[in-house]
Design a protein around this ligand. Structure first.
Ligand SMILES: [Zn+2]
Length: 253
């Protein structure tokens, strides 16, 4: 029986791929944590002592420069700390903080290593996720140098919608500036331009995507590239068995 502080079914894609017996063995060690927007999961140069399997919300990986820049986001497809521990370093190279509030299942690093060792398919899928995660980091860095702030804003908003799985989400103004790597005044102007074009609606901190097709047209090609990566990863997860619900979309097509 699941613990009362755990969901009956996991939304996290990595956990959902575990065979039933493996998931049952892991359940007593998973701790459900609620995470408010802005909560810091792990700081740069910290040792990664836990893996957080994201159940809902979005986590951002932020560089520790004078101007914070978001280089990657993690939704329910992934696990904060998983790629770091898998590679054997165990030390963060950035700060993980909640971009949008949500929840995660925390697992001690030693138990994560046990699960990797005992379940080759889980190990293989975590490797595939790590590749997808680092592909996102590289694509985001290249995107920042190659595409306009407006294109990148459209791309980030689409990715947020994909990861939060809702067309309306709470996004602080300073978060958008960090995602774009531009001053606040520039981020505000870019968002206002998308608003005037009827692509999004802004109310307080709430962003609502009004015309997804047009927003995709306004986004740079990086969105399609990253979506392809994640769709291949999702297909691999579904093919690996476990308890994945194929009807629960991770990324929209
Ligand atoms: Zn781009």
């Amino acid at each position: 029986m699941p613990r009362t502080d755990q969901p009956a079914e996991f939304k996290n894609l990595l956990l959902a791929t575990l065979p039933h017996h493996a998931l049952s063995a892991l359940r007593p060690h998973l701790k459900l944590v609620t995470l408010a927007r802005g909560a810091v999961l792990s700081d740069a140069d910290d040792s990664m002592r836990q893996v957080r399997f994201v159940e809902s919300g979005v986590v951002s990986l932020v560089t520790e420069h004078l101007t914070p820049v978001v280089v990657a986001t993690v939704g329910r497809e992934g696990a904060v700390g998983g790629p770091t521990l898998l590679l054997g370093g165990g030390i963060n190279f950035g700060r993980y903080e909640m971009l949008m509030s949500g929840s995660a299942l925390a697992l001690e690093a030693t138990r994560f290593h046990d699960a990797l060792r005992e379940n080759p398919s889980f190990h293989s899928l975590c490797e595939a996720y790590s590749q997808t995660f680092f592909a996102q980091v590289l694509q985001n860095l290249a995107c920042r140098k190659s595409h306009t702030a407006e294109q990148r804003c459209a791309r980030w908003l689409l990715m947020c919608e994909d990861q939060i799985e809702h067309e309306t989400f709470d996004l602080a103004q300073d978060s958008l500036a960090a995602m774009l790597g531009v001053p606040q005044v520039v981020a505000d102007a870019v968002a206002a331009k998308l608003y005037r074009a009827g692509l999004i609606r802004l109310r307080a901190r709430l962003v609502r995507i009004m015309d997804r097709r047009k927003l995709e047209g306004a986004a740079c090609a990086c969105y399609g590239t990253l979506r392809d990566h994640y769709e291949r990863f999702q297909a691999r997860a579904c093919a690996s068995g476990g308890e994945v619900d194929p009807d629960l979309p991770l990324l929209r097509c």
